[in-house]
Design a protein around this ligand. Sequence first.
Ligand code: ATP
Length: 235
Amino acid sequence: MLRLEDVSLNYGSFRALNSVSLHANEGELVVLLGANGAGKSSIFLTVSGLNKAAGGRIRFGDKELTGQKPSRIVEQGVVHCPEGRKLFPGMSVLKNLLLGAYVHRRDKKGIARTLEEVFSLFPILHEKKDDAAGSLSGGQQQMVAIGRALMGRPKALLLDEPSLGLAPLVVKQVFEVIQKINRAGTTVLLAEQNAYAALQIASRAYVIESGRIVMEGSRNELLNNDAVRRAYIGA
Ligand code: ATP
């Protein structure tokens, strides 16, 4: 289980996260809903060790993640797929994918096996493996970003706005893949503005406003909640 307890984060004098407590059970798909600037990315950056919490604890199973280096957190199986993909556009698709294994994996055979799994999930990436990542469509680049995260062999995957800027048909494909990854056993924490689509595949969700958790519930509780529908679903 991935668990945040009372996690706070400051950017200078600005308090971006205020005593955030949330968890994802093993194998769950948990969604973080929130408007722009609510703090979703800040939560992920703090879990993955790129931001330093001002207070609170982050644990994964019996491992303490609080204060650990990002590379150590990846080693523990918690992998972050950042908002905006953050690919190396001039490098090939293959090299971008392999970067996901670079920090903590030395098992060449295992890496080759994971690469095959990524290619079977995203056949188009196999076709385009020698192309520059920057030459791919937005949806394909998002697949590279997810594939790179999978190369790290995540037990828990933090997906930050994977549908951002994608055409509706592509969004559907991306959500199908996320569901597939989750069903294969990976715990997923998914930050999304596309609330309706995200809730469809979620078991639970949290709503974040101004750095605080303001609501928590099952998929159906949130889908049927008037305030959530008005603010995030537009229905
Ligand atoms: P978005 O979808 O727009 O990324 P978000 O919910 O992920 O929204 P965050 O990116 O976590 O929100 O931002 C939370 C708050 O912290 C916002 O007010 C944002 O302006 C601020 N913020 C984010 N990064 C920094 C930073 N490096 N320095 C100062 N303030 C920051």
